[in-house]
Ligand binder design. Structure first.
Ligand SMILES: [Fe+2]
Ligand SMILES: [Fe+2]
Length: 228
């Protein structure tokens, strides 16, 4: 039994947006994901930290979830900026139920208990969002979602999974970082960074929190083992 995490699988079995055009890091990525997920068992938990499917709605994402469903590990979904299929948790749960998919759950305004740990998470906030209107509203909503999730942990030590990096070379999101500090988050994993910008990642210990990038192309599509 172990906990694993990876982000940005960017599956596109129906949506026809294969990431293979982005060069060698993405070559044959669906087969490589399949190979690495085959090593996980039904006793394992895998956090998928956003950008899981290019599907624009649940029907278009169905083939991607069917692909993931064949691997028996429990999967916790975090929302990414490209997860256009994301709907309300009740609609998504009903869809998965209808299709007979039993391995998925959501990390969204909640926390999941794993051994002694609380697993928390949300999409988060990134610099590029500030170009868009109503950015303060979106930031506040994400901060509230993160705090709801962190508060649900109670006294348990916290592992936090965000889609957007809260820290990046030349950028920090003080609202999100403040919450990680307030709730003494032990580890914060994030995705979203691909290709050349990976070199601008910030990893390692900052205060009480260890940061790591877990985007699929960065990990070579092998999920990072977080703990037993
Ligand atoms: Fe991504
Ligand atoms: Fe992303």
């Amino acid at each position: 039994m172990a906990l694993y995490a990876i982000g940005d699988l960017h599956l596109s079995l129906t949506a026809d947006k294969s990431m293979e055009v982005f060069g060698p890091a993405w070559e044959n990525y669906v087969d490589r994901i399949g190979e690495s997920l085959s090593a996980l068992t039904a006793a394992d938990t895998l956090v998928l930290a956003g950008d899981t499917s290019w599907g624009i709605d649940l029907p278009e994402a169905e083939a991607d979830f069917r692909f993931l469903e064949q691997f028996p590990c429990k999967k916790l979904l975090v929302k990414g900026n490209h997860d256009y299929w994301w709907s309300t948790v009740s609609k998504m749960s009903a869809f998965f139920g209808e299709k007979g998919f039993t391995t998925f759950d959501f990390l969204h305004n909640n926390c999941h208990v794993y051994g002694d740990w609380a697993l928390c998470g949300t999409r988060g906030w990134f610099l590029e969002e500030e170009q868009k209107p109503h950015n303060a509203k979106v930031l506040n909503r994400e901060v509230m979602r993160l705090e709801t999730s962190l508060r649900a942990a109670g006294e348990r030590p916290i592992l936090c999974f965000l889609h957007y990096p809260p820290l990046y070379q030349g950028y920090a999101c003080p609202e999100i970082l403040g919450l990680l500090e307030k709730y003494r988050v032990r580890q914060c994993c994030y995705g979203h960074l691909h290709g050349p910008v990976i070199r601008r990642r910030v990893e390692g210990q900052r205060g009480e929190t260890a940061f790591s990038l877990i985007s699929g192309d960065y990990l070579g599509f092998v999920p990072k083992k977080i703990c037993d």
